[in-house]
Design a protein around this ligand. Structure first.
Ligand code: CAO
Length: 556
């Protein structure tokens, strides 16, 4: 495979532009024309495309580096030396390859003209290679007073965007374009009723004409630079719309538009507050989370409103947006896949289930002694009997006695399951997962212990498959090996209850005559009040406690 040097293509008048965003990383497979990085000057931002398809071997520049036409930006192990660049010989293995630019430098546009009065046609100037570019923003309306160089519209291709300025001063009489229109060089944009001090007139696409009056201002990744460029000039105080443009690359702007995300509401986490694709994704997620909450509220609305005639809207204030870095150093780390998935599930379950938690204590003095003795006897077998395995077995007995705890809601019906698959929460370096012991009612404590230890290892190694984690009818979350007294676990929908267990400890327990030292296990049972009543939950916990205190009760 040939090693190819990818260089900065002809980027027009721009030189020494800063690399502000790397869009690929070593090891990535890239296609011809795929954007590799974004560079930005004070007037434009543009994405540098790959001249070849292949695998990125190494970057030759880093964030903040200044590059110009011809700078080697990365090395590519080419899959096939097919270049989109106009010049280089396709077969030239190590030859420098220059990709076609994706964002044309602003090109001289308008011919300076004497002051004009009367109707003046403002046309699309020379916008380089771009054809059929879409109008994505319109800054002015008929009746507005515009100045020369004031931005009228923004156009955008998939790789760059730019503002088209007015070539004349005066009042907009007619606007000839609207959002979504595709425009080309020479197209009529507006009729301006010329003011006495009018500047250039026609936007004749004739760069040869010497005096350059107006150039389109690329705002590609722009915002901040565009604001500086377009609005800063003192003679152009009315070009305020450009000030509000969010700072984002063209592809991010396109991405946001496809999702219907208002960029103005997205907080950028990139350099100079630049909005990245991830910011747009995070914004979408936060909106979705809000929507789920509202849906949950809406689902409950009939009950809530029946008596009171109100309360159907959540009416929450927005999530606080805090610039944490203002208060001290921070380190931002994106959530992993498991955390994202479990977070979304936990949020839904927490919001949608009217959950109540009952706390109780179980006397496990004898059970623990039995467990320790069993482990001593079985030392050579390699299987360690765990308290959690006993809890699974005891829970099955309680689920059999109180079947609604082993059920799920399905619309208006309750589905009672005749099988007992018990999930157990496992803490892994990547987040919380819930492997499931299938048919726990048919298995002994030894077998459950062994399966649990295998599943827990698989969980830690990130090797659990969907089958290992599905079908649970009831879940146990044990923090017993870690500590704490009680907690309120969140139900793992569509289950209707979950048992939380904390660390057992010796406590003085009154036996009617004296305090006795007993090993007490804290239990926290969370249950869905749509399905289960408080009395049933108290009975479930009490029964569970009785079994744990004396496992012979399972036989009764
Ligand atoms: N009280 C006191 N000690 C306990 C105990 C309890 N309830 N449960 C376990 N222990 C002790 C054990 O005796 C063992 O001690 P030794 O090492 O001295 O023998 C130690 O804690 C570890 O126990 P274990 O090997 O039996 O493991 P476990 O069954 O407690 O836990 C697993 C296994 C997978 C559940 C656990 O590793 C885990 O991931 N727990 C966290 C679950 C979690 O995060 N829940 C919260 C979900 S909600 O966010």
């Amino acid at each position: 495979m040939a090693l190819i040097e990818v260089k900065v293509p002809d980027i027009g008048d721009f030189s020494e532009v800063a690399v502000i965003e790397l869009l690929v990383k070593p090891g990535d497979t890239v296609a011809v024309d795929q954007s590799l990085m974004t560079v930005e000057s004070d007037k434009a931002s543009m994405e540098i495309p790959s001249s070849h398809a292949g695998v990125v071997k190494a970057f030759k520049v880093k964030l903040g580096d200044k590059v110009s036409e011809g700078t080697v930006v990365l090395e590519l192990e080419a899959e096939g030396a097919v270049s989109s660049a106009p010049a280089p010989a396709p077969a030239a293995a190590a030859a420098p390859v220059v990709a076609a630019p994706v964002a044309a430098a602003p090109v001289a546009v308008t011919v300076a003209a004497p002051a004009a009065t009367g109707s003046i046609e403002v046309r699309v100037p020379d916008i380089g290679d771009f054809k059929d570019v879409a109008v994505i923003e319109v800054f002015v309306k008929p009746g507005d007073l515009v100045k020369v160089e004031q931005s009228l519209i923004t156009v955008e291709s998939d790789k760059a965007s730019m503002e088209i300025p007015s070539s004349a001063a005066g009042v907009i009489k007619e606007l000839k374009v609207k959002l979504g229109d595709k425009i080309n060089i020479g197209d009529l944009l507006a009729i301006v009723e010329g003011a006495a001090a009018a500047g250039a007139t026609s936007a004749a696409p004739t760069p040869a004409s010497a005096p350059v009056a107006v150039a389109p201002t690329p705002v590609a990744a722009t915002a901040a630079p565009a604001a500086a460029t377009v609005s800063a000039p003192a003679h152009n105080p009315t070009a305020t719309p450009a000030l509000g443009l969010p700072h984002a690359s063209p592809s991010v702007r396109k991405f946001a538009r496809e999702l219907g995300v208002p960029l103005a509401e997205v907080k950028g986490s990139g350099a100079k507050g630049r909005i990245t694709q991830e910011d747009v994704q995070n914004f979408t997620k936060s909106v979705m989370a809000g929507a789920i909450q509202t849906l949950a509220q809406a689902a409950k609305a009939p009950a809530a409103t029946a008596g009171s005639g109100g309360g159907s809207e959540l009416g929450l204030i927005p999530w606080p947006k805090v610039d944490f870095a203002k208060f001290g150093p921070i380190d931002r780390k994106e959530l992993g896949r498991i955390k994202k998935i479990s977070g979304a599930n936990l949020l839904r379950n927490a919001v949608m289930i009217p959950a109540v938690t009952n706390h109780d204590d179980a006397d496990i003095t004898d059970l623990e002694a039995f467990r320790v003795a069993t482990n001593k006897e079985n030392e050579k077998s390699g299987v360690k009997v765990t308290m959690l395995a006993f809890l699974i077995k005891a829970s099955v007995a309680a689920l059999k006695k109180f079947p609604e705890f082993n059920s799920s809601l399905d619309g208006d019906a309750l589905v009672y399951k005749q099988y007992y698959h018990i999930g157990f929460a496992a803490d892994t370096p990547n987040g919380l997962v819930v492997p499931v012991i299938k048919d726990a009612d048919k298995k002994g404590v030894l077998q459950i212990s062994q399966e649990m230890s295998e599943l827990a290892k698989k969980a830690r190694d990130g090797k659990l498959g969907p089958a290992d984690m599905s079908g649970a009818t009831f879940t146990i979350s044990s923090l017993g090996g870690i500590g704490g007294r009680y907690f309120t676990p969140i139900i793992n929908a569509p289950e209707v209850a979950i048992l939380g267990v904390c660390k057992s400890q010796m406590e003085p327990v009154w036996d009617g005559k004296a305090f006795q030292p007993r090993l007490m296990l804290p239990l926290s049972l969370t249950w869905d009040h749509c399905v289960i009543d408080g009395a049933a939950a108290a009975r479930f916990n009490a029964y569970l406690g009785q079994i744990l205190a004396d496992f012979r009760r399972v036989l009764l």
